[in-house]
Design a protein around this ligand. Sequence first.
Ligand code: SF4
Ligand code: SF4
Length: 437
Amino acid sequence: MEYLPNILFAIALVLGIGYFANNVRKLIRNIKLGKDVDVSDNKPQRWKNMAYIALGQSKMVKRPIAGFLHVIVYIGFVIINIEVLEIIIDGLFGTHRIGHQVLPESIYGFLIGSFEILAVLVLVAVIIFWLRRNVIKLKRFMKDEMKGWPKSDGNIILYFEVVLMCLFLVMNATDTVFQGYNSGNIISQFIAPWFDGFSEATLHTIERTAWWLHIIGILVFLNYLYFSKHLHILLAFPNTYYGKLTPQGQFTNNEAVTKEVKLMMDPNVDPFAAPPEGAEAAMPEKFGASDVQDLSWVNLLNAYTCTECGRCTSECPANQTGKKLSPRKIMMDTRDRLEEVGKNIDANKGTFVDDGKQLLDNYITREELWACTSCNACVEACPVSIDPLNIIMEMRRYLVMEQSAAPTELNNMMTNIENNGAPWPYNQMDRLNWKNE
Ligand code: SF4
Ligand code: SF4
């Protein structure tokens, strides 16, 4: 019985980490459903981007209020969780505040004192975040795609953080041994008097309860990440590393198609001659994307990383002018469809069985796709280097090249290019007629 708490703790730890590891395995499997793409170039620049954008939060602070609050929550959450190391060692080996035993009093006091201050700052930041979502009702959190689960998800995580920070402070305030050290209890010393008059045994029970709930809360939080937009806490790092390095506005072209178009536009080439050898073989099986498996794995990593912050949508000119398009919804739909495909694979012993659905039409409509001006504002605005435009262009490419389903205006223009070598409806001889239009 003496070791029962340690055994229970070890079981909770193994279950929590085991379930998380299983979800990480599924996550990687789902991301790998995407097409391969070579992102092994320019490693120094990629590391720099990751350090600057994910670790340094450089794009977050472009909106100073939200950015500053986010930095507090981010730093606070990461640093306070260093204290989890102590909880794990104490839990497994039955020690009490092992940090105090192995570290000099001043250092231990400084660390826990800093954690307590950060906990209060996190609490303040989280309350402001909650007010922005639920009382001030910022426009970007009120869009259609944010109704239902996305709204609840945004709030649940805030409640989680409030509870975890409170448990941490109550745990410290009711820990008579820690209060006795009289160092590091910078905040908790003011909470401790709330428990005056409680017996030693009751204080011990409250302290143990807060301690257990704190660590169980952290394990639940860890496992909640997979089902939440808060997966970005982990994925922002690889996502910024694998982010696009080419200039914004530079699209990827299929080599075989580019070659064919160049030949078509070259006046020295006989249009009736047989296609060059090998051109046929280089053609892809399918142009563009109609479902998640047609996208690249970086697109899919993007989808899982989306924080649903809506900065992209708030900058999108199509959205601002009342069109149906929201780049945030493009990312959310891609993630939801990918999850659906992943569950299909799980249910069918590792193989995807056609479910009669796809990303195009079942999730993202053609109207949304054609509303995009390809301005790149969403890409520029994203704080974690997500590229919604790339997904939109891949799906448009599918519509144009596989289904010839472009809007009439575009079809006319493409026919003109094909027939006349220019977008205007005049033959080569009359090519300057456009001036008179
Ligand atoms: S590229 Fe398209 S989706 Fe992105 S902001 Fe511009 S119009 Fe909106
Ligand atoms: S794509 Fe980027 S900017 Fe848009 S909601 Fe997701 S994280 Fe925010």
